[in-house]
Design a protein. Structure first.
Length: 338
């Protein structure tokens, strides 16, 4: 990692939000990022072995955005993630075992075998399941935040959308409504620079997506999406503003997905030079060097975290593979109110 990248990450640490974090908080973010990366690598292997069917969508390269943002929420806040936000689910308390059962379509997974990837929620943890029509979750998340506001709960809802999904009507309608009524809502645009295979220059004419914030009358911030501490700081401030009644924030997190749209996509449309540049900004490697430079991640601790993560994933795979598949009659359960 070059000197400039080290300086960028060091600069992001000099904020009141980061300085308030404990050593356990900092290492917890690191562990969540490692768990996310290794879990998804294992899911890819299972997919290639034919043990997972359907689509596999990963957040490789987005771990700093998902982990840093969710770490800024309070335990009673609402999370409405997308398909590349597995790290946010882990931060909020979902277990690797449950998610592996979900991917393998097992009866004891969150959707009881009705789905094989990220279309799941966890109401007990205030997690709203993603909607496959990307962008359609924005009005839902705004509605959940509005309900909490009406009830005086001081809850904040955090939602995500990609750069491509920010061009659909639900983005406009949801964010505009939140702005008018000062709903406690944080919307993060994960700008991966490609909407599937369509580059940003063919998606929108504005220089940056965060430029749209002023048109809605909301606060807007742009952040380096590969710097977990910068993401945490920006999102923490946005959550505090929302909780104080100052309305929503639009955050543009600039990053790059380091794999295809899904595992059946070989990413051929992204120039190799661009991919190499972003590999040099790997969020986990950058954060490792930051922690090591402050004597927070000696080799012994790093290896211990690696062993813990591997053991957790191994146990999750074994448990899921030995779990039952759903029975036919169960397909109609949970579809309508009983």
């Amino acid at each position: 990692m070059g000197k400039v990248l080290v300086e960028e990450l060091n600069a992001s640490s000099h904020t009141r939000e980061v300085e308030a974090l404990s050593k356990n908080d900092l290492l917890g973010m690191y562990r969540a990022m490692r768990l996310t990366r290794e879990f998804e690598m294992r899911v890819i292997r299972l997919y290639r072995q034919g043990k997972i069917v359907g689509g596999v969508y990963t957040g490789t390269g987005n771990e700093a955005t998902s982990v840093g943002s969710a770490s800024a929420l309070g335990k009673d806040d609402i999370l409405a993630p997308m398909h590349r936000d597995l790290g946010a689910l882990f931060v909020r308390g979902e277990k690797a075992r449950d998610m592996m059962c979900q991917y393998l379509g097992r009866r004891n997974g969150p959707t009881r075998g009705k789905d094989g990837n990220m279309h799941q929620g966890y109401i007990e943890l205030n997690i709203i399941g993603m909607i496959s029509h990307l962008g359609a979750l924005i009005p839902v998340a705004v509605g959940a935040a509005l309900a909490g506001m009406i009830r005086g709960r001081k809850q904040v809802a955090m939602n995500y959308i990609g750069d491509g999904g920010s061009s659909i009507g639900d983005f406009h309608e949801g964010l505009n409504f939140a702005a008018v009524y000062k709903v406690p809502f944080v919307l993060i645009v994960e700008n991966n620079q490609y909407a599937y295979s369509t580059p940003s220059r063919l998606q929108y004419a504005c220089k940056d997506l965060v430029d749209r914030a002023v048109a809605y009358g909301v606060h807007g911030e742009m952040v380096d999406g590969n710097d977990v501490l910068a993401v945490y700081s920006v999102c923490k401030r946005a959550v505090e503003r929302a909780r104080a009644g100052e309305g929503p924030t639009l955050i543009e997190s600039k990053s790059m997905r380091m794999r295809g749209h899904s595992e059946h996509d070989d990413h051929f449309y992204v120039p190799k030079q661009i991919m190499e540049e972003w590999r040099g900004r790997d969020p986990i490697e950058r954060y490792e060097k930051y922690l090591a430079g402050r004597s927070l991640l000696p080799e012994q601790i790093r290896h211990e975290i690696e062993r813990e993560v591997t053991a957790e994933i191994d146990e999750a795979v074994e448990f899921a593979e030995n779990s039952p598949l759903p029975e036919g009659p169960e397909a109609a359960e949970g579809v309508y109110a009983e």
